[in-house]
Design a binder for this molecule. Sequence first.
Ligand code: PBG
Length: 350
Amino acid sequence: SDWPGIVMIFNGDSLHKFPSTRPRRLRLNRFLRNSVAETSLSTSNLIMPIFVTDSSSPQPINAMPGQFRWPLNEDLLKFVDELKSAGIHNVILFGVTGKKDPLASEATSKNGVVPRAIRLLKQSFGKELVIFADLCMCDYTDHGHCGVVKGSGEDYYIDNDTTLKIYGEIAVNYAEAGADVIAPSGMMDGQVKAIRDALDGDGYENVLIMSYSAKYASVFYGPFREAADSAPRFGDRRSYQMDPRNSFEALKEVAMDVGEGADIVMVKPAMPYLDVVRMVKDSFPQVPLAAYQVSGEYSMIKAAAGAGWIDEGRAVMESLTSIRRAGADLILTYFALDAARMLRNWDSLF
Ligand code: PBG
């Protein structure tokens, strides 16, 4: 090389070398930076998670400052109206209830808190609101596991195929109430096929499935489990959620879900798993991909900002932009409303 000691990058047929190449020229001012930005973020990429419950007023969630469990009344409607005005038309519902039993009957009941919330929201917002319904048993089981528990003591296990039958019933129950998208988060094998069959069998072939395909056994769900009172009462979720050490296995999970008929696949959590988001997008570019910025990711930003250690707004926008850059089409985030408001000034953020 006639440039000893200088790293040259050969890209196509252009040889980049200093001083003819100065990357900083493209960063000289905001307008240039905006012109060449590779990643975009818009309100239509965002999905707001909402906790719904039977109470008379919104209940603050201690571990998630700024988030509430919403009652099925005007307060919820006002909040969703705010989301809509800010440009957020996607919500995903989680039920919070004291009614728990071994088989999650609150989730298969027409009068469960989630079906009632879906009906209330559909009545008020119709097609203007896309309702995703999280489908799992852990919010509604007394043992806190995502499926049917068999055996006892040390020998307990989660019975996959019995659980699938219940997932099918829950899916039809939510679809009947008016859910647009069913989002199974229990990590049972074959859950997408079981739900697709159940939905199609009842005439809901136009209801979508967004599968939590690569959902890791993560410590970052801690604040959510407080919010939904859904922590397992014994054991843990490692026999069904993925091992954080694995990424190729995520491709197997996604391939299976796509084969079983998933319309959208998901990686969860988001920030600690951006490598997985990128791998999935590269391997399945034709399938819409969601990433879930989970409760722990939310609360960490809130805590650091609350202590004055980072700027909250910029941390939110940088994290969401990074999740998009890694390859996510959709992002589930508790910051959806804040982000929507900040997005009005997208061009001055970077
Ligand atoms: C239910 C479910 C969980 C989350 C979404 N759906 C919790 C869990 O698996 O324990 C976590 C969401 C979050 O942390 O924000 N299976």
